[in-house]
Design a protein around this ligand. Structure first.
Ligand code: NAD
Length: 475
C-alpha cells in the first residue's frame, strides 16, 4: 500500500480516538448517570470511558476507592430502600452484603501483566478494557451487585450501562446518582455507571443489541441468561443455582447445624449460593435435625410442608413432585421472614425464627426448585454415595454451588468431582465460598454457565500481547 495512504489511515484513526466529541448530557432521567433511553446512556458511557482511558492508574485507583467508600457510607441507606421497595430480605443482612461488595471486591491489584523473556526478546501480555459493558442485575441484591460489578468493570478500564430489575428500579436509580457524584468528587469522569430510569424487558433487549456495547454481564435466573446468550456479543452469564448440602457420618454435627442455619437463613435464602436442601446420611439424620431445632430452627410436619409448598409454588392440587406439575414460584413469598411464611399456613412461630426445616422425599418441589425462602428440606440418605447422587440431581446441572460437612477426605473428593460446581464449600456456611468466613475475594456475579466463575476485573479485560523482538533479555 502507498505510504501516503497508510499515513492518512493512521491520522484518521488517531483523530477519531482523540478529537473531542460533543459531550453528551450526564443525565436525562433525573440523576447523574440516569437516562431516559439506553441509547443516551450508552453514548454518555462511551465518552466517560474514553476520558477514563486518558487518566492514570493512580487516578483510577482513587475512583475505585471512592466507590468503596460510598457503598460503606450508604450501606444502611441503600439497604433500607431496597427492603422497602422489594419487600424481601433482612435489613442487617442487606447491610452486610453492601459491606462485602465494598470491601471484598478486588481492585487494581488483580490485574497482573504477564511477561516472557528469552533469546528472542520480551513479550508482555497486558489486560486492556473492552469499552462499554452492558449489565443486568437481579432484584435480590440490586445495589451490592451494582457496586461489585462497577468496581470490577471500572478497575478494568471500562464503563457500564445497567438494566436493573424493574422491581428494584427506585433504589437503583438513587444509588447510581450517588455513586457517580462520588466518582466526580474523586476527579473521575461521569457517568462511568449508568442506567435507564424505566428498565423493562424491551430496554434490556436494546442493551443486548446496542452496537457500542462490547460485552454483556447478566446476573439472574434462567430467562435472562437464555436471552443474553441469543445476542451476538460475548456474554458473561451469572445464572441460577440450587445448592445442595451433604452431611456424612464423620461431620461435626453441632457445627454443621450452625453453618447450615447461618447460610440458608442469610437474607432469607435469596442468595444464589445459599443452602437450599440438605441430604444427611441415616446414622446422623436425626441428630442433625434435633441439633438444628436446638439451635433455633422450627420443624414443620408433612402437612405443613405441603401446605406451604402449595403456596410457594402455586400448585392448588395434585402431587408436589418435581416433573409432575408446572410450579410457578410465588414471588410474594421470596425473601420473606420465616415467621411470615409460617403465618401463611396458620402457624405462629417466634419472630426471631430464622429458618424452617422439615423432612421431604428427594423429588419434592422444595428439593428441586430454587425457592429463595427460609425453608430447607431435609432428605434421608442410605449412605454418603446415595447422598451425593441425590445432591447431583438436585443441583440441576447449574454447576453453581455445593456444600459438604465431612471429615472424610475421600468423601469430599468424590463429591467435588461429581458435583463439578463453581463453588464447593467444605465445613462452613455457603458465604465462606465468597470470602465471608473463608479465604478469597468476593463477587456478586458467579458465572457458571459461561465458566468465568467468581468474576473479577480480569474477566472484563481483553488480553493484548506486546512483543519486542531480540531486545530486553537482560540476564
Ligand atoms: P430474574 O431472572 O427474574 O431477573 C434477573 C434480571 O434479569 C432482572 O434484571 C430482570 O429484569 C432480567 N430479566 C429476566 N428475564 C429476562 C429476559 N427474558 N430478558 C431480559 N432480561 C430479563 O431473577 P431475580 O429474581 O431478579 O434474581 C434471582 C435469580 O438470580 C436466581 O435465580 C439467582 O440464583 C440468580 N442469581 C445468580 C447470581 C450469580 O452470581 N450466579 C447472583 C444473584 C442472583
Amino acid at each position: 500500500m502507498d505510504e501516503a495512504v497508510i499515513r492518512k489511515i493512521v491520522q484518521e484513526v488517531v483523530e477519531s480516538l482523540t478529537k473531542s466529541q460533543p459531550a453528551p448530557a450526564v443525565a436525562t432521567g433525573g440523576g447523574v448517570g440516569v437516562f431516559q433511553t439506553i441509547n443516551e446512556a450508552v453514548r454518555a458511557a462511551v465518552t466517560a470511558q474514553r476520558q477514563l482511558m486518558g487518566m492514570t492508574l493512580e487516578a483510577r485507583g482513587r475512583i475505585i476507592e471512592a466507590i468503596r467508600q460510598t457503598a460503606r457510607q450508604h450501606a444502611e441507606d441503600f439497604s433500607r430502600r431496597k427492603v422497602e421497595e422489594t419487600n424481601m430480605g433482612r435489613l442487617e443482612d442487606e447491610i452486610a452484603k453492601h459491606m462485602t461488595a465494598a470491601n471484598k471486591t478486588p481492585g487494581l491489584e488483580i490485574l497482573r501483566t504477564e511477561a516472557f523473556s528469552g533469546d528472542h526478546g520480551l513479550t508482555i501480555i497486558e489486560m486492556a478494557p473492552y469499552g462499554v459493558i452492558g449489565a443486568v442485575t437481579p432484584v435480590t441484591h440490586p445495589c451490592p451487585t451494582m457496586i461489585n460489578n462497577a468496581i470490577s468493570i471500572i478497575t478494568a478500564g471500562n464503563s457500564v450501562v445497567f438494566n436493573p430489575h424493574p422491581r428494584s428500579k427506585r433504589v437503583f436509580v438513587y444509588a447510581i446518582d450517588i455513586v457517580n457524584r462520588a466518582i466526580a468528587a474523586a476527579g473521575g469522569p461521569v457517568p462511568l455507571v449508568s442506567c435507564v430510569v424505566e428498565p423493562t424487558l424491551e430496554t434490556s433487549r436494546e442493551l443486548f443489541n446496542h452496537p457500542d456495547i462490547r460485552l454483556l454481564l447478566v446476573t439472574g435466573g434462567p430467562g435472562v441468561v437464555q436471552e443474553a446468550l441469543k445476542s451476538s456479543k460475548k456474554v458473561i452469564a451469572a445464572g441460577p443455582g440450587n445448592p445442595p448440602v451433604v452431611v456424612d457420618e464423620t461431620a461435626d454435627i453441632p457445627k454443621a447445624a450452625r453453618d447450615i442455619i447461618a447460610g440458608a437463613s442469610f437474607d432469607n435464602n435469596v442468595m444464589c449460593i445459599g443452602e437450599k436442601v440438605v441430604f444427611a446420611v441415616e446414622p446422623v439424620f436425626d441428630s442433625l435435625r434435633r441439633e438444628m431445632i436446638r439451635q433455633g430452627a422450627v420443624e414443620l410436619n408433612r402437612e405443613q410442608i405441603d401446605a406451604l409448598a402449595r403456596l410457594a409454588f402455586q400448585v392448588e392440587s395434585g402431587p408436589l413432585t418435581f416433573g409432575a406439575v408446572e410450579p410457578r414460584l410465588n414471588r410474594d413469598l421470596v425473601g420473606k421472614n420465616a415467621d411470615y411464611l409460617a403465618k401463611q399456613i396458620g402457624l405462629n412461630v417466634p419472630a426471631s425464627t430464622r429458618l424452617l426445616i422439615g423432612e421431604t422425599a428427594p423429588d419434592h418441589l422444595w428439593v428441586m426448585e430454587e425457592q429463595m425462602m427460609p425453608f430447607v428440606p431435609l432428605v434421608r440418605a442410605r449412605n454418603v454415595d446415595h447422598a451425593i447422587e441425590m445432591a447431583v440431581v438436585a443441583e440441576r446441572n447449574y454447576g453453581h454451588t455445593a456444600v459438604m460437612h465431612s471429615r472424610n477426605v475421600a468423601n469430599m473428593d468424590k463429591m467435588a468431582r461429581l458435583m463439578n460446581t463453581t463453588l464447593f464449600i467444605k465445613n462452613g456456611p455457603s458465604g465462606a465460598g465468597l470470602g465471608v468466613g473463608g479465604e478469597g475475594y468476593s463477587s456478586f456475579s458467579i458465572a457458571s454457565p459461561t465458566g468465568e466463575g467468581v468474576t473479577t476485573a480480569r474477566d472484563f479485560t481483553r488480553q493484548r500481547r506486546c512483543v519486542l523482538v531480540d531486545y530486553f533479555r537482560i540476564t
